[in-house]
Design a protein around this ligand. Structure first.
Ligand SMILES: NC(=O)c1ccc[n+]([C@@H]2O[C@H](COP(=O)([O-])OP(=O)(O)OC[C@H]3O[C@@H](n4cnc5c(N)ncnc54)[C@H](O)[C@@H]3O)[C@@H](O)[C@H]2O)c1
Length: 260
């Protein structure tokens, strides 16, 4: 299905990024993966090429796209997957400025930096695909991490904007919005392990992305119930906030979670 396509994926040493790399490779693509340090071992295991790319630095994204292009041909599909989350201390504005800044750079600006390089190229070449890994928190919220919620919403909004502004140029966009998935990010996080909506494997997310591409769907919902929650929030935001407040009280004892 992806025969000969050149795919570049960030934050792909393990977890969701690695699973997405394996899905594209199985479909016949040529894949370049990157992470904070070059994920050479992962690349050797799965048959990809590896590069170092700190996605918070625009120059490193440009370099990754160049390197991926030199190895596999001009990038057809870019997956902005790297992400971080920081818990709030004491109250919803309690995370440090450093945590907010890192969340903004990594969770949002990586997609802007990549798009700045790729959209003009894709316009010339007649199309391309941007995939962003947002989160169910990008449609609703992550209790205990306002910076994660806000930045995952921001990247979802940016992805929508790219989708409608560049549709006429053949640019496709997918926005992945899972609840909890078993990766390094959720290791030891009981809210994830005990989630009533299921604790998925990274391969489930990759399968959901493949289906969304086949069916030409923007939103990728590995936990389908997230689509229902999203509708509910849109229809009655007061009821949604009330429900989240109840959930927050229930989880008050939970220590905070997200790390990467
Ligand atoms: N695990 C979940 O439950 C879950 C749910 C929804 C969304 N997500 C999102 O999925 C994506 C992948 O996370 P994961 O769950 O596979 O966890 P993970 O920890 O396996 O992967 C995250 C990767 O991002 C990399 N990274 C962090 N900062 C970086 C930077 N500045 N430059 C380059 N790479 C950087 C990490 O090194 C790591 O390899 C993230 O965007 C995360 O927010 C995860």
């Amino acid at each position: 299905m992806f025969e000969g396509k050149s795919v570049a994926i960030t934050g792909a040493t393990s977890g969701i990024g690695r699973a997405i790399a394996e899905m594209f490779l199985a479909g016949g693509a040529k894949v370049a993966i990157s992470d904070l340090t070059s994920p050479q071992d992962t690349a050797d295991e799965i048959g990809a090429v590896a590069f170092k790319c700190d996605v918070s630095k625009e120059a490193e994204i440009e370099e990754f796209i160049d390197n991926a292009g030199a190895a596999n041909g001009p990038v057809d599909i870019f997956v902005a997957n790297a992400g971080v989350g920081y818990g709030d201390e004491k109250h919803a504005a309690g995370a440090s400025n450093e945590a907010w800044e890192a969340s903004w750079q990594i969770n949002v600006m990586q997609s802007v930096y990549a798009s700045r390089v790729l959209l003009p190229e894709w316009r010339e070449r007649g199309g391309g695909r941007l995939v962003v890994t947002s989160s169910a928190a990008g449609l609703m919220a992550q209790i205990g991490s306002a910076s994660y919620t806000a930045t995952k919403h921001a990247v979802e909004a940016f992805a929508e904007q790219v989708a409608f502004e560049h549709a006429h140029q053949g640019v496709k966009v997918n926005c992945i919005c899972p609840q909890y998935v078993r990766t390094n990010m959720t290791k030891g996080f009981s809210m994830a392990e005990n989630s009533k909506d299921g604790f998925l494997e990274p391969s489930d997310v990759a399968d959901a992305l493949k289906k969304a591409i086949e069916n030409d769907k923007f939103l990728v919902l590995p936990h389908p119930v997230v689509g229902e929650y999203f509708k509910h929030r849109a229809m009655d935001v007061d009821a949604y906030i009330g429900g989240m407040a109840k959930l927050k009280s229930k989880l008050r004892a939970e220590t905070l979670p997200l790390k990467s």
